[in-house]
Design a protein around this ligand. Structure first.
Ligand code: FES
Length: 416
């Protein structure tokens, strides 16, 4: 470490002022800080003053910076004397900071010091021609290229007494020099070049490209998406299978208990349509028996539309002789983006899961059901048979498939 004192009076200039360009630059730096915090610009201004004054900071510059920043000169002096980046003594045109810390010392920094003394002279003095000065400093963070020196703004590494002496000579005489390692290595590679990752194939894309990797990754992604979709469908089907009639009967209000949704036992329910399980009240069972007693040729061969005819729907749901036709079903939702079927009035989470388990995922599927397909579905709404007809799912789904959405998450109650 060097002693941090101002240069003697006989080398101090009488005054200092930023030139016009630097004055403008200083104003811009000050403007970066909030009002009343101009002192924060002290380091940049000192740095610019040093740059303008041939690489060192005289007392007059310290005072000028203090005045510009409205600081006490002592406060600026404290900064200038604390940070070794500020030179308080005159320096040569090429200012050599030679690292003398352990790694550089172990790699020959002592020999380099001798070169400095021989070529330049004592530490902290400027050579007679004004070209060179030097100072021993602490680690400059380039230990892997030790020993090294910083000369003005550049690092010169892997120095030996020979190449360092030649370097100083080139600088003194204005010849071009090469910053960085002064031997044949690149950056911090081992001497003689890198020892690892030398296979050229690592860099031409052939390794990563082996076996058409893009197609392989695409196939892997596709397989993963299909597996995920199949798993989701299997889980939905399993949940639907768990919803047995007995289980539903013990909790008949589960699907209809949501706020604002009419309960089966409420008197406002449309006649013949309010009960989750038509067989539960006995009425439909009797009707079914009656219906089944009709001659075969008297039975409908094609299903009549049941919308608005809950009793007929109930028959369709329970009478195997009535025409049913399996609608188009999907194994998984298209693009894995199922519609929110619970937006259909009367469809809650349980029914939505049941529909998904059947293969119904989208509004447009329901919207396109024919009467016989509606009957097929209605007959399979375990615990809720007849619900699809009673709540006119087809009309609701037609509206929903256009993009229309109800105000309530429960759906829009169909007008009977
Ligand atoms: S010890 Fe010299 S650069 Fe770190």
């Amino acid at each position: 470490m060097s002693v941090r004192r101002l240069a003697p009076d006989h080398v101090q200039p009488a005054s200092f002022a930023f030139d016009a360009a630097n004055e403008n630059w200083a104003d811009q730096q000050i403007a970066k800080y909030p009002q009343g915090r101009q002192a924060s610009a002290v380091i940049p201004l000192l740095w610019k003053a040093q740059e303008q004054h041939h690489g060192w900071v005289p007392r007059a510059a310290i005072e000028a910076v203090a005045k510009k920043l409205d600081m006490a000169p002592m406060r600026v002096m404290e900064i200038a004397t604390f940070y070794t980046m500020f030179n308080l003594q005159p320096v040569g045109e090429h200012y050599v900071q030679l690292c003398g810390t352990t790694p550089c010392a172990l790699r020959g920094a002592e020999a380099l010091k001798k070169v400095c003394e021989e070529v330049i002279g004592p530490q902290s003095t400027v050579s007679a021609d004004g070209k060179l000065s030097w100072l021993e400093v602490e680690c400059l963070g380039a230990c892997c290229n030790a020993p090294m020196a910083q000369i003005n703004f550049d690092y010169y590494e892997d120095l030996t007494p020979e190449n360092f002496r030649a370097l100083l000579d080139d600088l003194r005489h204005g010849r071009p020099v090469k910053p960085g390692p002064q031997n044949d290595r690149s950056c911090s590679e081992p001497l003689g070049g890198g020892e690892t990752l030398r296979d050229a194939a690592l860099y031409d894309g052939t390794v990563i490209g082996a076996g058409d990797w893009q197609a392989r990754i695409a196939d892997q992604r596709k397989a993963a998406a299909e597996a995920a979709a199949a798993k989701a469908a299997a889980e939905a089907a399993a949940k639907a299978a768990e919803a047995t009639p007995a289980a539903v009967e013990t909790k008949p209000a589960t699907e209809t208990a949501a706020a604002g949704r009419p309960k089966p036992s409420e008197p406002k329910q449309p006649s013949g349509a309010a009960h989750d399980t038509p067989a539960a009240n006995g009425k439909v069972s009797a009707a079914a028996v009656k219906e089944s007693a009709r001659p075969a040729d008297a039975k409908p061969t094609t299903a009549a539309p049941f919308a608005g005819k809950p009793e007929a729907a109930a028959k369709a749901a329970t009478d195997p002789a009535l025409a049913e036709s399996k609608p188009e079903l999907l194994t998984v939702a298209r693009d894995n983006k199922p519609d929110d079927l619970s937006l259909i009035w009367g469809v809650g989470p349980k029914l939505a899961t049941m529909l998904n388990g059947m293969g119904v995922w989208h509004f447009d599927q329901i919207a396109n059901w024919k009467a016989d397909e509606l009957a097929w579905v209605d007959a399979r709404l375990t615990g809720f048979k007849g619900r699809a007809t009673r709540d006119d799912w087809i009309s609701q789904a037609k509206k929903l498939s256009t993009g229309w959405r109800p105000d309530s998450a429960l759906g829009d109650k169909p007008v009977k």
